[in-house]
Design a protein around this ligand. Structure first.
Ligand code: BG6
Length: 482
């Protein structure tokens, strides 16, 4: 028997519209940036990262109205099967379900004068279904997608006008769902924009003369949009809680050489920069040096500093998949992640995709974030992407996934014992979905298996993996039975 988790702990699962829903051209939805990303087989791709599309790929996709080979266009068909999926989440006893609203489903072009009623009605139905099973929706407003029209007309987030469009979208959904949704997140992994400017900011390489400059200007606009969204949320839904979302990169020095320690501190600052702005309400001083040394000059409008200071978030949500290692010396073999990578850590095992598994790192990171900010934390992404095979009895015995999760839960419980306030845990891809980095579905995270392959062939039927009943028991026992 393990120690019980706090009462009301929000156990659940997490997804994103563009990786889950499908129905890319249904219900009046506009094209999304994620609809443009093709599936490229492993042998043909350069590394495991398909979020950096070229302008040629983008233009080709823009003119292709079919499903093509764009897996995020078909997802796993949650658009038609949400009732069945939510019933399975209910059976597992989920207390929460993290999903995102697809911005182009609500405002097909991003700058439309009125929202798309069919899109709004779809999420009404989804939230009603969740509430039927007493599952709290945890809603991300922007998870790696935006209407492509905002690239065509404004060149993405470098244009200040996107702030107004985003806030209008946020206010629209707050007003519509104020009686249904209490937990909101603004931008998924807001730090991703530095490495995935297209995915996270709608920035295409050949349309920006100085990409570094464009990235940080776009990010500033997202910070402002996020802060104004926090303000709107408080005004429209009293009692709601709204958080930021960070891809947390717990980083260790390779040795105790002070050079390595300094390099690690700097890497950590580049990760904390985002939460420093969103939780403390201002740009940290160390960024002045970074901007100066990299020739970046941000344009702030009068009042921006006040907006950031007055509208900080209620809690921090974050993803945690692995820890990284930094060295100031010669760079050895690297271990990948989806966007970020670090040096190989000889003490850790890796997933099928080479991601280094570090449950203790979760405890370290929870403590570090809580020490620094003293606000509640929500682990909204964590999990194991693996190749699942169906055995001769027609079962998926995913003991490796159970083992991964169990070890992380033990460390999360230890962090709570250390005094960290943790609101909940939503396991990434609780049902198999399309991978953000490789656009594969064969990189599976779920408790629920979906019968579809990387080319979109299959019945899309759902079945339970061994981890399904295990997680159900974890939730039922509130973490005492792992
Ligand atoms: C996070 C993203 O970075 O990692 C998710 O927020 C993503 O959208 C998840 O799916 C896992 O990454 P991948 O590349 O395995 O899908």
């Amino acid at each position: 028997m393990f120690k019980e988790f706090p009462e009301g702990f929000l156990w659940g699962g997490a997804t994103a519209a563009n990786q889950l829903e499908g129905g890319f051209n249904l219900g009046g939805k506009g094209l999304s940036t994620s609809d443009m990303i093709p599936y490229i087989p492993k042998e043909e791709r350069d590394g495991d990262n398909s979020v950096h599309i070229t302008s040629e790929q983008y233009n080709q996709a823009l003119n292709d109205p079919t499903n093509g080979n764009y897996p995020k266009r078909w997802g796993v068909d949650f658009y038609h099967r949400y009732k069945e999926d939510i019933a399975l989440f209910g059976e597992m006893g989920f207390k929460s379900f993290r999903l995102s609203i697809s911005w182009p489903r609500i405002f097909p072009n991003g700058d439309d004068l009125t929202p798309n009623e069919e899109g709004l009605a779809f999420y009404d139905a989804v939230f009603d279904e969740l509430l039927k099973y007493n599952i709290e929706p945890v809603v991300t407003l922007s998870h790696y997608e935006m209407p492509v029209a905002l690239i065509e007309r404004y060149n993405g987030w470098t244009d200040r006008r996107l702030v107004d469009f985003f806030v209008k979208y946020a206010e629209t959904v707050f007003n519509r769902y104020k009686n249904k949704v209490k937990y909101w997140l603004t931008f998924n992994e807001i730090n991703a924009i530095a490495l995935a400017p297209y995915n996270a900011g709608g920035l295409l390489h050949d349309r920006h003369e100085n990409m570094e400059q464009s990235i940080y200007q776009a990010l500033h606009h997202q910070f402002i949009a996020s802060a104004l969204t926090v303000k709107a949320c408080r005004e429209i839904i009293p009692g709601a809680q709204i958080g930021c979302m960070l891809a947390r990169l717990e980083t260790y020095p390779e040795t105790c050489n002070p050079e390595d320690v300094l390099k690690t501190l700097q890497a950590e600052q580049m990760n904390f920069f985002y939460t420093d702005v969103q939780v403390r309400g201002k740009y940290p001083n160390y960024m002045n040096r970074f901007f100066k040394e990299n020739g970046i000059s941000l344009h702030l409008e009068p009042g921006d500093e006040e907006i950031l200071l007055e509208n900080t978030v209620d809690f921090i949500s974050f993803s945690y998949y692995m820890s990284l290692v930094e060295s100031a010396g010669p760079q050895g073999e690297r271990a990948p992640g989806n966007l970020f990578s670090g040096l190989k850590n000889p003490y850790l095992e890796s997933s099928d995709w080479g991601w280094q598994i570090d449950p203790i790192g979760l405890r370290v990171t929870l403590n570090k974030l809580y020490d620094r900010y003293q606000v509640p934390l929500f682990v909204v992404e964590n999990g194991l992407g693996a190749i699942d095979t169906i055995n001769e009895n027609g079962q998926i015995e995913d003991d490796y996934r159970i083992d991964y999760l169990r070890k992380h839960f033990i460390q999360m419980r230890e962090a709570i014992e250390d005094g960290v306030e943790v609101m909940g845990y939503t396991s990434w891809g609780c049902i198999d979905i399309i991978s953000v980095s490789t656009s594969e579905v064969s990189k599976r995270y779920g408790f629920i298996y979906v019968d579809v392959d990387d080319l979109g062939q299959g019945t899309f039927e759902r079945s339970k993996k061994k981890s399904f009943n295990w997680y159900k028991e974890v939730i039922k026992s509130n973490g005492t039975n792992l």
